[in-house]
Design a protein around this ligand. Structure first.
Ligand code: HPA
Length: 235
C-alpha cells in the first residue's frame, strides 16, 4: 500500500536499501544495479529495486536533514519490510587529521536535532549504527586501495550554515565530521527495529577554502558506494 511519501507496492523494496541524500545520486546508483526498476517517484524522490552481485538491493534518496530522512526511513522499515538502510553521502571534515576524500564510518552521531529529545525526554539518546554493518564497512574500506577510513562520531546538525564555535568544540571532543542525517536514520532504525549505517566521503573541510573537483567527487562517491555495498553483502 502506498504511503504518503512512497508510491510503491508491498514487496517492491528489497530488505536492503542504499540511501543517498540526492535524488540524482539515487538514479546514478540505480545504473550500477542489475535490472533496476522504478518503484516510486513521489516528489521526484525516485526509488529503484534491482540486484547487485545477485543480491536484491533498493535505492531511495533521503532528501536533506533529520526530518526528511526520518520520514523515508520510517516508511521503508514500517510499511515495506526493509531491514537495513545504509546512507551513502558526504560530510564536512572538522577533525584536523581528516583530508578531502577520506571515508567516515559514523559509529555514533551527536545531534542538535530535537527529534529524539522530544520523543524520549529526560535522556541524551545515543544515536548509534548497527555494529555488524559498521564493522563490515570499516573492513571493506580498509581493503580499498589508497583509502583512509575513519570510524568515529559525527555531528548530525539541523543547520548547514552554523554559527559560533560548536564544531571546534566538538572536534576537540573527538568528533570527526558534520553532516545532516545520520542521527535521524539511527534513531529511526532503533524505533523500527531495523539496522542502519552512514558511510560518508569528506567533501569539504569546514572553515577551510578547499573543494573537490567534479572528478574527485565522482570517484570518491563510487568508493563510498562500493564500501556500502560490501557492508550489505555481510548478513
Ligand atoms: N555541513 C553539513 N553537512 C555537510 C557538510 C557540511 O559542511 N558537507 C557535506 N555535508
Amino acid at each position: 500500500m502506498p504511503t504518503p511519501h512512497i508510491a510503491a507496492q508491498p514487496g517492491d523494496f528489497a530488505p536492503d536499501v542504499l540511501m543517498p541524500g540526492d535524488p540524482l545520486r539515487a538514479r546514478r546508483i540505480a545504473k550500477v544495479l542489475t535490472d533496476a526498476r522504478l518503484v516510486t517517484e513521489v516528489r521526484g524522490i525516485a526509488g529503484f529495486t534491482g540486484t547487485f552481485q545477485g543480491r536484491p538491493v533498493s535505492v531511495l534518496a533521503s532528501g536533506m536533514g533529520v526530518p526528511s530522512i526520518s520520514i523515508y526511513a520510517t516508511e521503508l522499515f514500517r510499511f515495506y519490510g526493509v531491514r537495513r538502510i545504509v546512507r551513502v553521502g558526504t560530510c564536512g571534515g572538522i577533525a584536523p587529521h581528516l583530508s578531502l576524500g577520506d571515508v567516515v564510518v559514523a559509529t555514533a552521531a551527536h545531534t542538535d536535532s530535537a527529534l529524539t529529545a522530544t520523543r524520549l525526554p529526560g535522556v541524551h539518546y545515543s544515536h548509534a549504527p548497527s555494529f555488524a554493518l559498521a564493522a563490515a564497512a570499516v573492513s571493506a574500506a580498509r581493503a580499498e586501495e589508497g583509502t583512509t577510513v575513519h570510524a568515529g562520531p559525527v555531528l548530525t546538525s539541523d543547520a548547514f550554515y552554523s554559527e559560533g564555535d560548536l564544531l571546534g568544540r566538538l572536534a576537540a571532543h573527538g568528533t570527526l565530521a558534520v553532516e545532516m542525517e545520520a542521527a535521524g536514520l539511527y534513531a529511526t532504525a532503533d524505533a523500527e527495529h531495523g539496522e542502519a549505517l552512514a558511510v560518508m566521503t569528506v567533501s569539504d573541510l569546514v572553515g577551510q577554502d578547499v573543494e573537490m573537483s567534479a572528478d574527485e567527487r565522482e570517484s570518491t562517491f563510487e568508493r563510498a558506494l562500493r564500501i556500502a555495498l560490501a557492508a550489505l553483502a555481510h548478513d
